[in-house]
Ligand binder design. Structure first.
Ligand code: O7E
Length: 216
């Protein structure tokens, strides 16, 4: 997946009015937007369809899908039918659950991102001990796209070494959670950024300064 300016906006606002107000200002800098539970629970799955159509961008839906295969497949089918280009899936549920999303994606010409380790402090307790195994599982399954934390660069580097240089790795945790954009891009292909942009007093200025910090 190609990502303009190597930045994926985490559109974690709670209404389409807020989403449009933000995107009217900054959409020229972006071509890939992540939409997850906050906006979809507030406005419905139509939010995915609307943002994609109105701003002509790729949508990665972040439902961190983590159910049995049959349920995962229904979630994936409905999400892709709403226009999502990619779906983020948890790896800890195992290969059969992940495979059901991959199957749905392949049928519809869409993509799956496998979530390995998360960026928040609590991820160290249960997820971290298995996150490299999840990355290995992804490689065995032939998965191309991964998510890993910008808040622990030693772990992100390990994930990159497992999945190989040709896989596509996106990384949340930059800015508000403490990760550094440029350092993260030593290992990741693109950053997922939310609050540092949408809570900034001037989102355009914030986004431009992140882009400058990546380029120079
Ligand atoms: O901290 P922010 O505001 O820049 O937002 C980060 C976004 O990335 C937010 O939507 C959050 O839910 C998501 N995220 C993490 O912060 N950490 C993770 O480990 C994983 C995700 C995520 O997006 O998961 C799927 C990619």
């Amino acid at each position: 997946m190609e990502v303009k300016n190597k930045i994926i906006l985490a559109l974690d606002v709670l209404s389409m009015d807020q989403a449009r107000e933000l995107l009217d200002e900054i959409s020229d800098y972006l071509d890939t937007i992540k939409i997850g539970y906050p906006l979809v629970l507030a406005e419905g799955l139509e939010a995915v369809t609307q943002v994609k159509e109105e701003y002509q961008c790729k949508i990665i839906t972040d439902f961190k899908v983590a159910d049995i295969p049959a349920t995962n497949q229904k979630i994936a089918n409905v999400t892709f039918q709403a226009g999502a280009d990619a779906l983020i899936v948890h790896g800890f549920v195992g290969p059969d659950s992940v495979a059901s999303c991959v199957e749905s994606a392949e049928k519809q010409g869409k993509e799956v991102f496998l979530l390995t380790e998360m960026s928040h402090p609590g991820a160290s307790q249960f997820l971290q001990p298995v996150s490299m195994d999840i990355a290995h599982m992804g490689v065995e399954m032939g998965i191309q796209n991964y998510v890993g934390p910008s808040t622990r660069l030693d772990r992100l580097e390990k994930i990159r070494s497992i999945i190989g240089k040709d896989s596509f790795l996106i990384s949340p945790g930059v800015g508000t959670q403490g990760g550094d954009p440029k350092d993260t891009l030593k290992f990741a292909d693109a950053l997922i950024i939310g609050r540092s942009i949408y809570l900034a007093p001037d989102p355009v200025e914030s986004l431009e300064s992140i882009i400058d910090s990546i380029e120079f």
